[in-house]
Design a protein around this ligand. Structure first.
Ligand code: SF4
Ligand code: SF4
Ligand code: SF4
Ligand code: FES
Length: 759
């Protein structure tokens, strides 16, 4: 930072150089001076109502709230004195005037900011003898429980709902001493992220799924990474014994790139971990059409090794395919790669992902944008996708970039998705024409035909180009899965077309799974999944699948698995894939293993073991290594995930020199070093897109109605289907007759609320 951008501030007698425009509360905290606060929350709009953050500033007549003061040169500040403590104690006494002192039965007891401050100071007077306002405990939704009398009206909840989620689902009602936090009609019909619960400093908003199950101090907190989408939120797994009780992102435990943000899946989607339907032992189907019979690990591994050996001998090594799910850790996927190449000797390995990132990374012309880069970008262009449903942290970063930093947000979509509310420009294109946007951006010569197929005015494309070229600072280009492989290659090179002296162009793909990027890195050089499935029962006679195929793969290749000579699957649950397996091996969930995921911003993040693997299940990489040993190759993993990761860092150039200790501190994220490729003409890809654009209809369709909240988020999948509350959400989150008891009672009285699994 330039010296002219710094000013001097004296805090408690010590002088500091701080950035011009810095907020006093942030500066004090950064320099190690504790300032209590309830309503202040970094990166949210100011509330300035609790008056806990008082400080004395020289030459100012009264105590000042440090959250509202911007530092000025020469400012002299005192953060601790008898006068300040007296004022703060009085404020606390006011806050407690209506607050029930029921910490012993409050779920937040032990991690409540109000309780902590009260205990820290000790000897707090309580002179109010009036009757306290009391209201019954209730539920606001299947996920959010509410004890209104504990509210201190800091309004963190209403601000995160509005600013992070763009929802305004929870609001302050009534006035003065009667003000209560609640929702219209008493029932929340929102995305159920639970962020209002997370940021609530008291026990007013609580996790409705974990209510009264454990006290926070009984739980081990294990910092790990979410297993759902590619945003890769850091979280803390709260476990006791062999059971996971809750998941939070509370920054006192985690401090990851998502702060205290999680979405409904990351926060509430964990009950699959200890679910009764988990596969607990290895299973063998000795005869096609027969039943899966429980077996020992030794039997199952020996049986599998013999079968694979026999297929390789009667046909050849290439008749065996190895497929990995993008939900697995890097360590598991790397082991699969070694298994395919070194043990089987086949190049037929693939990732079971919704779309491939191969052409994108092969042509990468600029850095990947992390979620922090999105938050501080000056211009954001989103082509396709629906991050508010599929990558909720990305959506939150876009909202905050627009709202808190005035970023320009250009949304290009065939549907009026909810993020349209934040867009400074919404380009409503015809369905299925996303490639035409890429073509027009790559070469303005195609603008006219592209605009016609997109169903928009020429000028709209020109204005996108202008907006990017006018930007000083970061431009982030985000794209969804709608783009073709050729268009993904062209997008990857756009930083060369739009980068400039004062401008960086960063890229951010929107893959669907927690480790889609890591899966690409570990299994690059393999085949496309559809290629292998098309060859199944013909050139491919046996498959080793870790995880499951996606329903869309099976729909497209209905007989692919049933016609194989041999299929071995590693899984947590019975799925459409295990239904065809000759051997099923019980895999451990993300909460039971050590490893890493790589998120859509390229951050390599630790996955940590919170509980022991359930029953006889094992980490995927261990199973693969055991199978390799049986066939005759020792991987040398020394039974430790860190040894596997060490091999990754030695073999995969983008991960060179990375080690677990370097990934230990979540507040210092580490980005994988994907190679930046030199500028290329890509004329073949441009021609391919051009041909496809020419074939597009001139009279396409656009979707005008915004899709319903939760249409993707609440969809029941193999994992979320194990969470009873998700069944209520998937059934439209019906408002119950009473809010006083758990909304789950609705499932017991109305069987129709149990939706079938749809994806
Ligand atoms: S759960 Fe999320 S969307 Fe719903 S009220 Fe709370 S913050 Fe808002
Ligand atoms: S419910 Fe919690 S976060 Fe919301 S105003 Fe009350 S105390 Fe603050
Ligand atoms: S946004 Fe994605 S990574 Fe974050 S909690 Fe939700 S599903 Fe998990
Ligand atoms: S933190 Fe400053 S007034 Fe609440």
């Amino acid at each position: 930072m330039d010296q002219s951008d710094l000013i001097k501030v004296t805090i408690n007698g010590r002088e500091f150089q701080v950035a011009k425009g810095a907020r006093l509360i942030d500066v004090c905290r950064k320099e190690g001076f504790d300032i209590p606060s309830f309503c202040y929350y970094a990166d949210l709009a100011l509330q300035a109502s609790c008056r806990m953050c008082l400080v004395r500033i020289e030459k100012m007549p009264k105590l000042q709230t440090s959250c509202t003061v911007i530092c000025t040169d020469g400012m002299v500040v005192t953060t601790q004195s008898e006068e300040i403590e007296k004022a703060q104690r009085s404020m606390l006494e006011f806050l407690l005037a209506n607050h029930p002192l029921d910490c012993p039965v409050c779920d937040r007891g032990g991690e409540c900011e109000l309780q902590e401050l009260t205990f820290d100071w000790g000897n707090l007077e309580e002179r109010f003898i009036e009757r306290k306002n009391a209201q019954p405990e209730k539920y606001l939704s299947p996920m959010v429980a509410n004890d209104p009398q504990r509210c201190i009206l800091c309004k963190r909840c209403t601000r995160v709902c509005d600013e992070w989620m763009g929802e305004q689902a929870i609001e302050a009602g009534d006035r003065g001493a009667n003000t209560v936090i609640g929702t219209y009609g008493g029932w929340l019909n929102c995305t159920e992220c639970g962020n209002c619960i997370e940021v609530c400093p008291t026990g007013t908003l609580l996790d409705g799924t974990y209510r009264h199950q454990a006290r926070p101090w009984e739980l081990n907190q294990t910092v790990s990474t979410c297993t759902y989408c590619s945003d890769g939120c850091e979280l803390s797994i709260g476990s006791r014994g062999t059971e996971v009780y809750r998941i939070v992102a509370r920054d006192r435990y985690v401090n990851g790139h998502n702060g205290e943000f999680l979405c409904v899946k990351g926060r509430f989607g964990h009950p699959f971990i200890n679910h009764e339907k988990r596969i607990r032992t290895p299973l063998i189907r000795y005869k096609k059409g027969g039943k899966l019979i429980p077996a020992t690990w030794d039997e199952a591994i020996r049986f599998t090794a013999e079968k694979l050996r026999s297929v390789a001998e009667t046909r050849d090594a290439d008749s065996i395919a190895v497929i990995g799910s993008p939900r697995l850790t890097n360590e598991a996927l790397y082991s699969l790669r070694r298994f395919a190449i070194e043990v089987v000797g086949t190049e037929n390995y693939a990732i079971a992902d919704a779309f491939s990132l191969q052409t994108f990374f092969a042509n990468l012309g600029g850095p990947l944008a992390t979620h922090r880069d999105i938050r501080f970008a000056k211009t954001i262009v989103l082509i396709g996708g629906e991050p508010e449903e599929l990558q909720p942290l990305t959506a939150k970063q876009i909202r905050q970039a627009v709202r808190n930093s005035g970023a320009r947000f250009i949304l290009i979509n065939d549907t009026r998705i909810r993020l349209r509310e934040q867009a400074s420009q919404f380009i409503h294109i015809n369905a299925g024409t996303e490639d035409a946007v890429v073509l027009a951006l790559a070469d303005s010569g195609h603008e006219e035909v592209c605009a016609r197929k997109l169903g928009i005015d020429n000028q709209e494309l020109a204005s996108v180009r202008r907006a990017i070229n006018e930007t000083q600072g970061d431009v982030v280009m985000i794209f969804g899965g709608e783009l073709s492989p050729a268009a993904r290659a062209v997008v990857a090179q756009l930083p060369y077309a739009f980068g400039g002296d004062q401008r960086r162009v960063l890229l951010h793909p929107l893959p669907l799974y927690n480790n889609s990027v890591g899966a690409h890195d570990m299994l690059s050089g393999g085949k496309q999944i559809n290629e292998l499935l098309s060859a199944a029962s013909d050139a491919i006679r046996a498959m080793y699948i870790a995880g499951s195929l996606l329903p869309k793969h099976l729909q497209k290749h209905a007989d692919a698995l049933s016609n194989l000579d041999f299929l071995v699957v590693q899984e947590l649950f019975d799925t459409e894939t295990t239904a065809f397996a000759d051997v099923v091996l019980p895999a451990a969930s993300f909460a039971e293993v050590d490893g890493t995921f790589t998120n859509s911003g390229g951050l390599v993040q630790r996955v940590r073991k919170a509980i022991e693997p359930l029953s006889q299940s094992k980490a995927d990489w261990m199973i693969t290594a055991q199978l390799a040993r049986e066939i005759g190759l020792e991987f040398g993993f020394e039974m430790s995930a860190s040894a596997v990761f060490r091999q990754i860092s030695e073999q995969i150039p983008a991960y060179a020199d990375l080690r677990y200790p370097l990934l230990k501190d979540e507040s210092k994220p580490v980005q994988v070093r994907h190679a930046i490729v030199a500028q290329r003409a890509l004329s073949a890809e441009v021609q391919t897109i051009h041909r496809a654009v020419e074939e597009m209809s001139d009279t396409g369709t656009k979707t005008f109605d915004p899709p319903p909240v939760g249409h993707e988020l609440f969809k029941l999948g193999t994992l979320t289907e194990k969470v009873p509350q998700f069944h209520l959400l998937a059934a439209g989150n019906p408002k119950p007759e009473t809010f006083r008891i758990s909304p789950l009672y609705q499932i017991t009285v109305d069987e129709s609320l149990r939706e079938p699994v749809v994806a």
